[in-house]
Each structure stands twice: as structure tokens, then as C-alpha cells.
Ligand binder design. Structure first.
Ligand code: NAD
Ligand code: MG
Length: 385
């Protein structure tokens, strides 16, 4: 049986690595559909190499250019944001790899889960904002949700050493980003260039900034809580600057199981595609004697406000997580555009959470309303920051 894969966000960092992995996997895996937002040239090049049957360009203004570049009547071209949902639902596709950045991937992730597809999920934001809905859809349809985020892939692999009810604690590791050794005071002076320079991982701009604020880890706490049905009180974050131990699971008998690997997304991407099998691939095993030592320490909650906020948000439930995520997305955009300072990101997120009237037991529409409210708040607050 050939696994037919749709990659949503094929022109990003995860998408490009996924194509490398699939190329190496050989005949059992084929690329059926690809999507990109606006990188038309790169998408056209990927189409020529991988010969998908369907492609989607979510920025509809780029469609004409894509048609010109491809000039191939055998490839169906879809456009606009809703085209992602169409890709996620294609009957011929059995695995949907979601590598979109931010909340934009939510409708497609839900559509794939509803249709019972295997979801190889890199796009953590939908799990954070609609984890309850998504896990319920997947349980109803039998959709398998396989994490691509390296920490969650590690937890998923470690979980296989015991039963869910035997889990005592999850230990999420964090590289700590470029500012892990700075105090709250020192972080006030950092620049955009310093924030984008991640010490161990090569990633897209949004997640690189999220790593610098440790918002990435904050979102991952909530992501892990939904994926593994574990309350946040049982999830601990440890800084591990070498990024070799990708996370650990402690069981009730005090045994701790870890997954180790080089900081290379190819391995978690591949495992989500090939599970339950393991196949040779582009990743290299870590050479422990050369690495020499592995270090672990607790993060400073004063310097990295995102972490204590994540625990609060998760306990509050309802619309708190959607506001946490949307305010951060909007604030990171402001920072990337040079309109606010690095420290303003978390100040805006916290301000937004304080102003928000949390609603619980909400529908998808209400979640999306809260998302828009948070983005408007940040835009207004950013002007005065
Ligand atoms: P990236 O910025 O490199 O790529 C994002 C992709 O999404 C691109 O293909 C782009 O065309 C598409 N896209 C952007 N905006 C869009 C929109 N509005 N509508 C539709 N498509 C849009 O990002 P990335 O680093 O590959 O990260 C993708 C996701 O994977 C994120 O959710 C991130 O948190 C997660 N993730 C990334 C890494 C990593 O190593 N890069 C690791 C773990 C998790
Ligand atoms: Mg991660």
C-alpha cells in the first residue's frame, strides 16, 4: 500500500524537511498534494520534483503566477484560504502533514480529523486553541494524531514504554532559546536579529521568536496536555541547552524514559509518517562521547513570563488559550515588523489576557471571535506600547 500524503505549508522549514524525508522513503510514500501561502517559485519547483496531483496557493493573488509557472494541465490548482480544507479532505489522501504557521491551519486540521485521516501535526497552534474539539473529532472518526513537534514526538515514543494511566509526569525539554542565560532585566535590551538567531534549531521566523520568549514552550505545555490527556500540573519544563534529549516521561514506578536524537526535524517528521514502523532516513544518531555532557536546569519564570502564564491559561480553559495564542501571534508580527520591542510581546499578551472575559464551553465560532478580539486588542495596544 502506498501512503498518499498532503503537505500543508510545503514551502516552510517543516514542509521542506518533510519533502526531503519522503524522497528518501522511496516507493511506499508519495506526495499527493502541496500547499503554500505565497512562495510561488518554490512551490512550482516542488511540483516539478514531486509531481503532486493537486496544489493550493492560499494567497489567491499569487494564483496567476503559479498557473504561468506550472503550465501543466495535469496538476489541479486551488487557491484561497479555504483551499487548505479541500486538500485536507481529499479522498485519495490518507496522511495530512500540517506545517502551516499559526491559527490559519485550524479549519484544515479539524477537517482532516473529521475525515479520519492520519494527522502528522507540526502546527501546534490548532491544538492549543481548539485541543478539546480536535481530540473529540479524532476520537469520533478514528483519526490518528501523530505529533511532529520534536518534544511531543519524544513523549509519544516514550509513552510506548508504559500505559497512559501509569504516567506520573512529563518532562518537556527546552533549548531555552538565545536568551536562556539572561535575566529579566538583560532581556529588555535584545534586538530582532539576536532574537531570530536560535542556538540549536533552524526554524521559521515565528517559532524562532516564540523560542526566544519561551512562548513556544508555553504553547507546547498546552499542546502536550491535549495530546496525551495529562493535566498541566504533571508537566514540567527543564532547560536542556544541547537539544539532544527531546523530552522524558516519568512513570509511577519512578522509571524515566527519554528519547534522544540530534536537533533535526527530519526524525520526528519521518516517525509521524512511518509509525508504527521505523525506517532508515536522513537523520544521524547523536554521538554521545563527542557531546560529552548533557545539562538540565529550571527556567526562570520572571525572565520567561510565558511559562507561568501557560499554566494559568490551561487551568482557566475556555477562550483563555485562544486569546493567549492569538495575542502572541499578533504581537510577534508587530515585533517582526519592527513596531514594538522584544519585551513588549509578553506585556501585550498578558495585558490582553487581563482584559479578556473568559467564556467556557464555547463553539468553534466563539473561539474564532475570541481570536479576532485578541488580535484587535494587540493592534490597539501596540500603538501605545
Ligand atoms: P515557516 O514559517 O517556515 O513555514 C510556514 C508555512 O506555512 C509556509 O509553507 C507558508 O507558505 C505557510 N503559511 C504561512 N502563513 C499562511 C497562511 N496564512 N495560510 C496558509 N499557509 C500559510 O514555519 P515552520 O517553522 O515550518 O513552522 C510550521 C509549524 O510547525 C508551526 O506551527 C511551528 O510551530 C511548527 N513547528 C516547527 C518546527 C521547526 O523546526 N520549524 C518545530 C516544531 C514545530
Ligand atoms: Mg518543539
Amino acid at each position: 500500500m502506498v501512503r498518499r500524503i498532503a503537505i500543508l505549508g510545503s514551502t516552510g522549514s517543516i514542509g521542506a524537511n518533510a519533502l526531503r524525508v519522503i524522497e528518501g522513503l522511496g516507493e511506499g510514500y508519495s506526495v499527493f498534494a502541496l500547499s503554500a501561502h505565497s512562495k510561488v517559485e518554490l512551490l512550482a519547483e516542488q511540483v516539478r520534483t514531486f509531481r503532486p496531483k493537486v496544489v493550493a496557493i492560499t494567497d489567491a493573488s499569487c494564483r496567476r503566477r503559479l498557473v504561468e509557472l506550472l503550465g501543466d494541465p495535469d496538476v489541479e490548482i486551488l487557491s484561497g484560504p479555504e483551499s487548505l480544507v479541500a486538500l485536507a479532505k481529499l479522498d485519495e489522501v490518507d496522511t495530512v502533514l500540517t506545517a502551516i504557521v499559526g491559527a490559519a491551519g485550524l479549519p484544515a486540521v479539524l477537517a482532516a480529523a473529521k475525515k479520519g485521516k492520519r494527522l502528522a501535526i507540526a502546527n501546534k497552534e490548532p491544538l492549543v486553541i481548539a485541543g478539546e474539539l480536535l481530540m473529540a473529532e479524532a476520537a469520533r472518526s478514528g483519526s490518528e494524531i501523530l505529533p511532529v513537534d520534536s518534544e511531543h514526538s519524544a513523549i509519544f515514543q516514550a509513552m510506548q514504554a508504559g500505559k497512559q494511566a501509569e504516567v506520573a509526569r512529563i518532562i518537556l525539554t527546552a533549548s531555552g532559546g538565545p536568551f536562556r542565560e539572561l535575566s529579566a532585566e538583560e532581556i529588555r535590551g535584545v534586538t530582532l536579529e539576536q532574537a531570530l538567531a536560535h542556538p540549536t534549531w533552524d526554524m521559521g521566523p515565528k517559532i524562532s521568536i516564540d523560542s526566544a520568549t519561551m512562548m513556544n514552550k508555553a504553547l507546547e505545555i498546552i499542546e502536550a496536555s491535549w495530546l496525551f490527556d495529562v493535566p498541566v500540573e504533571k508537566i514540567e519544563v527543564l532547560i536542556h541547552p544541547e537539544s539532544i534529549v527531546h523530552s522524558l516521561v516519568e512513570f509511577v514506578d519512578a522509571s524515566v524514559i527519554a528519547q534522544l536524537g540530534e536537533p533535526d526535524m527530519c526524525l520526528p517528521i519521518q516517525y509521524a509518517l512511518t509509525y508504527p514502523d521505523r525506517l532508515p532516513g536522513p537523520a544521524k544518531a547523536p554521538q554521545l562521547a563527542e557531546i560529552g555532557s548533557l545539562n538540565f536546569s529550571r527556567p526562570d519564570p520572571e525572565a520567561f513570563r510565558a511559562l507561568p502564564l501557560a499554566y494559568e491559561v490551561s487551568r482557566t480553559c475556555g477562550t483563555a488559550a485562544v486569546v493567549f495564542n492569538a495575542a502572541n501571534e499578533a504581537a510577534v508580527e508587530e515585533f517582526l515588523a519592527g513596531r514594538i520591542k522584544f519585551v513588549n510581546i509578553l506585556e501585550l499578551v498578558e495585558d490582553c489576557l487581563n482584559k479578556h472575559d473568559v467564556k467556557t464551553g464555547v463553539s468553534l465560532e466563539e473561539l474564532l471571535e475570541a481570536d479576532e478580539w485578541a488580535r484587535r486588542q494587540v493592534a490597539a495596544l501596540a500603538c501605545s506600547a
